[in-house]
Design a protein around this ligand. Structure first.
Ligand code: UD1
Length: 417
């Protein structure tokens, strides 16, 4: 079993290029099967979630190549409309293929995505919306068997702005007959990237600031070339690494607007943040961050749940008391037990976590059990005295490309054994 070994308390200084967004590339790759042609997608991170998605595409009959950050998908000869359970279970977000398959093949058979480390993640909103578009869904023996004679546009009001449900419904409606109006849709930048990609392929999708997405169905989509947006959560993770090591980093490939709810948190913690043209962010951190605020995770443009764990790791050594309220997922404090092993002082009750900043963390053996929790352990390990050994690296590899190389290039003492 591989581990990351980190010797903490080395100040980070230098430049990191932030990878492309995991949560953009996954739905865009699924969307590529609707275009009966070749799609060329640039800026793709080489992470295991992308590798699993490529396996799904190949299973369906697509020709896929991945070279130098560019993925080319040719879906002309898609033969299948089903995804085996083994692939569905490798990655929960493969449920996004449901809407895309129904658009392309009018039918789909796939298993429920199964359990999730963040607590129960139902797909009721996905299925409810798809049924409103006229999809017949039979839920049997853990499988979803879906069929339609052709979907028909509808007015769908989501009771919660679910990212996955919004994406699935966009993908299903893009070739439906007539107009679909999706209200209370998710507004995440990755949704906007998906819409941009689909419109380049010939879709007719409009988005209004109030969270209404209007999709006028078209007969066919064609191939296109697209560059995905930068990964805002990877950017925040590197910012937290800088802040916990009194470091100074130049981060390339950061869109300021997409992290506007997070920048003030680092500024309030004493970091100086400057944005420059060409998506460059510079963060300069104080000797010790200070923080006394409340952070509530919310749907975009609120503070993202994915940033909760890495930012919490930074606050463990801050001067002050921070309070987190996790409003999106019911089981997203699994990293807390591991941060305690490093000497953090955190109390959790239900969706609230109170972090009393300590002067020092001390290295220990810890284990990651989800992607962003794993990132928080890396942040904490960099700020801990002595050696931290992190296991459960399959979680970090799901979403971060070359994280240990990027960090060692800027002065971290970190290696994988
Ligand atoms: C996506 C992101 C994930 C991020 C999350 C919230 C991808 C691949 N993953 O996940 O990184 O943490 O958004 O920003 O983009 N819910 C229901 N019923 C449904 C759907 C969702 O109750 O049908 C609930 C979920 O259980 C959860 C909340 O809604 O509590 C948010 O889920 P959702 O926005 O759908 O997240 P994902 O798309 O799974």
């Amino acid at each position: 079993m591989s581990k990351l070994i980190i010797e903490g308390l080395h100040r980070l200084e230098g430049e990191i290029k932030v990878q492309g967004a995991k949560n953009s590339i996954l739905p865009i790759l699924a969307a590529s099967i609707i275009c009966e042609d070749e799609c060329v997608i640039h800026g793709c991170p080489n992470i295991s979630d992308v590798q699993v998605t490529i396996k799904v595409l190949e299973h369906l009959g697509c020709k896929v190549s991945f070279c130098g950050g560019t993925i080319t998908v040719n879906s002309k000869n898609i033969s299948k409309n089903e995804i085996p359970q083994s692939l569905m279970r490798e990655m929960r977000s493969s449920i996004i293929f449901l809407g895309a398959l129904v658009s392309r093949k009018k039918s789909a058979k796939l298993s429920f995505p199964g359990g999730c480390e963040l607590g129960p993640r139902p797909i009721d909103l996905h299925l409810e919306g798809l049924r409103q578009l006229g999809l017949k869904i039979n839920e049997k023996h853990g499988f979803l068997e879906c069929e339609s004679l052709g979907l028909i546009g509808s007015n769908i009001a989501l009771s919660f702005p679910s990212v996955g449900a919004t994406e699935n419904l966009i993908l299903a409606a893009v070739k439906a007959k007539g107009v679909t109006v999706l209200t209370n849709a998710a507004k995440e930048p990755e949704i906007m990237d998906l819409i941009l990609f689909l419109n380049k392929c010939g879709a007719k999708i409009k988005y209004s600031e109030s969270g209404v997405i209007t999709i006028e169905g078209v007969n066919k989509l064609h191939g296109t070339e697209h560059k995905i947006i930068p990964d805002r959560i990877a950017a925040v993770t590197y910012m937290a690494c800088a802040a916990i090591t009194s470091g100074s980093l130049v981060l390339k490939n950061v869109v300021e607007d997409n992290i506007s709810s997070i920048i003030p948190i680092f500024e309030e913690a004493g970091c100086i943040i400057k944005m420059f043209c060409d998506n460059i962010l510079i963060i300069d951190s104080p000797e010790r961050p200070y923080y006394n605020r409340l952070i509530r995770t919310m749907p975009y443009p609120g503070f993202p749940t994915d940033a909760q764990a890495p930012v919490m790791a930074m606050t463990t050594i801050a001067d002050g008391t921070s309070m987190f309220v996790e409003n999106i997922f019911s089981n997203r404090y699994k990293h807390v037990g591991e941060l305690l092993r490093l000497g953090a002082d955190i109390k959790v009750e239900d969706k609230v976590a109170i972090v009393e900043g300590v002067k020092r963390l001390y290295g220990a053996e810890v284990s990651a059990s989800d992607l962003r929790g794993a990132a928080s352990l890396i942040v904490a390990g960099l700020g801990a005295e002595g050696i931290t050994k992190i296991s459960g690296l399959n979680h970090i590899d799901r979403g971060y490309e070359n994280i240990e190389k990027n960090l060692s290039n800027v002065g971290a003492v970190i290696r994988r054994v």
